[in-house]
Write a protein that binds this ligand. Structure first.
Ligand code: NAD
Length: 352
């Protein structure tokens, strides 16, 4: 099986590429622009494999997309390329509109033209999986879960751009019969996570004895999904999911942000004890504008129809993640020194 993965040098994309190459045995082409969030070091372990190739290109560039499709002849496309950080979308939405909306349109348009002229059996088997977020559903109160029927109600420029891209994929299915599916997942964490997001930022700041910023009161709730559980889910959805359907992916691991940060501190107190407990570094900072209060995924469709289950609880996944960051300084040190040192993003202070 030949699978083209867009955004395969990013956090989730690289976990998926490692899974497809090392465990599924698929032939994979990683198609990635290598923005600040893309990192070939995350693909180091598949570099020697004959099953993996890489092309540096932009999904907004129709010629580059078409030439990759024609040269590689994929049986599937797993689309993960995106601008993915809410705080950066608050500071400036242009790249989010361009990549997430125009880029997804460009990719869909090229993929449809490629698919249309495939020989009959390959045409029937072709799949396009669009990877999206539960943030398209907006925010929950203290109770309830997002199902695949929850109406879209995005809050941030990021989630609005992802919502638009989800609608494009569904429109391509309904209008052209294009074999697309959409997955909407909760917050991921795990190894190779760019250290701008809560969990890796907390781990690295704690390792350096720096303040651990917690937005607002820390009471916002996220439903954490270990990235390798997500990679398995994505391949399963593309392999056995219904065309034109949406599948929610979540680990049934809701935690308040403050609880997540304290769990990390507890693991570090054991694995890397400092002069004082790590939770003394917790610092409450101004909340994110438009900060959604709670996300929680009802993954029963994925569990019931396709038999997927998350293997990691938050506690087992965090133990693995913290251990990975302790052991893999070679991966994160260059990023902290040259790409992003942990400064606050997305406050709208300068937005006027
Ligand atoms: P990421 O920011 O770590 O990686 C994105 C990748 O896309 C990078 O390698 C980047 O170089 C590449 N890219 C960006 N613009 C591109 C372009 N124009 N052309 C080609 N490549 C481009 O993101 P991630 O966390 O791995 O997220 C992957 C997907 O999953 C995204 O679509 C995101 O919206 C979605 N998602 C992520 C989470 C999460 O918790 N991280 C949750 C829900 C959904």
């Amino acid at each position: 099986m030949r699978i083209l993965v867009t955004g395969g040098a990013g956090f989730i994309g690289s976990a998926l590429v490692r899974y497809l190459v090392n465990e599924v045995g698929a032939e994979v082409l990683t198609f990635d622009k290598l923005t600040y969030a893309g990192n070939l070091a995350s693909l180091k372990c598949v570099e020697p494999s004959a099953n993996h190739r890489f092309v540096r290109a932009d999904i907004c560039d129709a010629r580059a997309v078409t030439s990759a499709l024609e040269a590689f002849q994929p049986d599937r496309i797993y689309h993960l390329a995106a601008e993915s950080h809410v705080d950066r979308s608050i500071d400036g939405a242009a790249d989010f509109i361009t990549t997430n909306i125009v880029g997804t349109y460009t990719l869909l348009d090229c993929a449809r033209r490629y698919w249309l002229v495939l020989e009959a059996a390959r045409k029937t088997a072709f799949r396009f999986l669009h990877v999206s977020t539960d943030e398209v559903y907006g925010s929950l109160g203290e109770t309830g879960h997002f199902s695949e029927e929850t109406p879209y109600d995005p809050s941030s420029p990021y989630s609005a751009s992802k919502a638009a891209s989800d609608h494009l994929v569904m429109a391509w299915h309904r209008t052209y019969g294009f074999p697309g599916l959409v997955s909407n997942c909760s917050n991921n964490y795990g190894p190779y996570h760019f250290p701008e997001k809560l969990i890796p930022l907390t781990i690295l700041n704690a390792l350096h004895g720096r303040p651990l910023p917690v937005y607002g009161t820390g009471s916002n709730i996220r439903d954490w999904l270990y990235v390798d559980d997500h990679a398995r889910a994505l391949h399963l959805i593309a392999s056995r999911g219904r065309l034109g359907a949406t599948y929610n992916v979540g680990g049934r691991n809701e935690r308040r942000n403050i609880e997540a940060v304290k769990t990390i501190c507890g693991v570090l107190d054991r694995l890397r004890p400092g002069p004082e407990p790590h939770d003394r570094l917790i610092t409450y900072v101004t909340d994110r504008p438009g900060h959604d209060f709670r996300y929680a995924i009802d993954a029963s469709r994925l569990e019931g129809e396709l038999g997927w289950q998350a293997r990691e609880t938050f506690e087992t996944g965090i133990e693995k993640t913290v251990t990975w960051y302790i052991e893999n300084e070679w991966w994160w040190r260059p990023l902290r020194e040259k790409v992003y040192a942990g400064e606050r993003l997305g406050t709208t202070v300068d937005a006027a």
